[in-house]
Write a protein that binds this ligand. Structure first.
Ligand code: PHB
Length: 389
């Protein structure tokens, strides 16, 4: 029985009695809409692998139903996003959605989750609207809002005595919103964001932007880049000889999962993120070993977010006995659950975004070592979220 017909039937009293029993025996189809190609490909792979790890840890079942995964490569292309979401919901009839990495692409998922009341778990994309004005009982984030890590970085920088800083990033929602968080963090510490420099996503011709930096009169440069773009930016920044004049910092994605290819160019760069190397808790220890065993790769923040998306869905379905369409009950259960994350346990804010510590990290010998807390128990402001659960 497909999801659409099940929902239609739930209106009728006879069918309402019969339908859940059938649905609960059927496999649970989860659509993984992620980038498996392009600049964010490695991010998507780690999210998917860690979600699978969570499924395996639960014996292949969530809420008593066998989990089937349907993977779809969204290519981090917003123009293809509506068609891709329709494919998962229409052709594949998935019961729940997990996606995605890119803040522009995630909007099509959020829209569908709201309209069709299909539960959506966002395992990365930080678009603030998803947990602000577009918040919904069916939309959950296991990651961060673009504002959170950048706010932490700005605050930490101001605390170090920096007075003026610039932000360099891609020109799309994640770039714009991280710049706002950085500016808010600087301001909270009495410092100032004087300039935001951008180039189109996913371009990597950084030279024209790098050439402008020395003329800005700033003490430090912050940035949001990730994946392949972050590798190139960190290398180009070092090659331009700017590191001694204006230390480079950023949202932690700048050095996350990419330290090896960045090499010496990344050494000493400080970033802020809700995860880091050396976090000492039993869940993190178990997770890093299990992820390494499953993939032969080191865990990173993307893996953690994919795993926690699985934990959240599992917690919700345990409460509804496998009924993914019972969105309100699912939401109530997830909101009441303390997620035992490798980043440290967290709960969701009223708008379904993690309340979490943003760590200050320093890149040393291929690791993003945690060196302190940039902002403790930080919640996104959740501005404009009105939801009745
Ligand atoms: C985003 O588009 O929201 C985004 C992409 C990659 C990241 C972080 C945020 O690493």
């Amino acid at each position: 029985m497909t999801q659409t017909t099940r929902r239609t039937f739930l209106g009728g009293s006879l069918a309402a009695l019969a339908a859940p029993a059938i649905a609960q025996n059927a496999p649970l189809k989860v659509g993984l809409m992620l980038p498996f190609s392009g600049t964010f490909a490695t991010l998507g792979e780690n999210i998917a692998a860690a979600f699978e790890l969570c499924v395996a840890e639960n014996g292949g079942k969530f809420g008593g139903r066998a989990v089937t995964l349907v993977r779809l490569d969204d290519e981090s292309d917003p123009s293809k996003a509506p068609a891709n979401v329709n494919r998962l919901l229409g052709r594949d009839n998935v019961d729940a959605l997990v996606g995605t990495v890119h803040s522009g692409v995630v909007m099509a998922l959020v829209q569908a989750a709201r309209e069709k009341e299909v539960p959506l778990f966002i395992p990365n994309a930080g678009n603030v609207a998803a947990t602000r004005e577009l918040c919904s009982p069916s939309v959950f984030r296991s990651s961060f809002s673009n504002w959170q890590p950048a706010y932490g970085m700005g605050k930490a920088l101001a605390a170090k005595g920096v007075k003026k800083a610039a932000w360099v990033t891609w020109e799309y929602a994640a770039g714009k919103e991280s710049a706002e968080g950085f500016g808010d963090g600087l301001k909270a510490g009495g410092a100032e964001l004087v300039k935001v420099l951008t180039l189109p996503f996913p371009e990597t011709n950084f030279q024209p932007l790098l050439a402008q930096l020395p003329g800005l009169g700033v003490d430090a440069v912050g940035s949001f880049f990730a994946g392949g773009g972050a590798i190139q930016f960190v290398k180009d920044y070092a090659a331009a000889g700017l590191r001694d004049k204006m230390p480079l910092c950023g949202s932690g994605f700048l050095t996350e999962g990419v330290l090896k290819p960045q090499g010496a160019a990344a050494e000493g760069i400080q970033t802020a993120l809700h995860y880091g190397d050396g976090l000492d808790n039993p869940k993190n220890k178990w997770f890093r070993e299990a992820f390494m065993k499953a993939t032969t790769r080191s865990a990173d923040v993307y893996a953690v977010q994919g795993y926690d998306a699985g934990q959240m869905l599992a917690a919700g379905l345990a409460a509804t006995k496998g009924d993914a369409a019972a969105v309100k009950a699912l939401a109530a259960a997830i909101r009441a659950t303390k997620i035992d994350s490798p980043r440290g346990a967290f709960t969701l804010s009223a708008s379904h975004n993690p309340v979490q510590t943003i760590w200050l990290r320093e890149a040393r010998n291929g690791e993003n070592r945690v060196i302190g807390a940039a902002a403790e128990a930080l919640a996104d402001p959740g501005t404009g979220c009105k939801m009745a659960v």
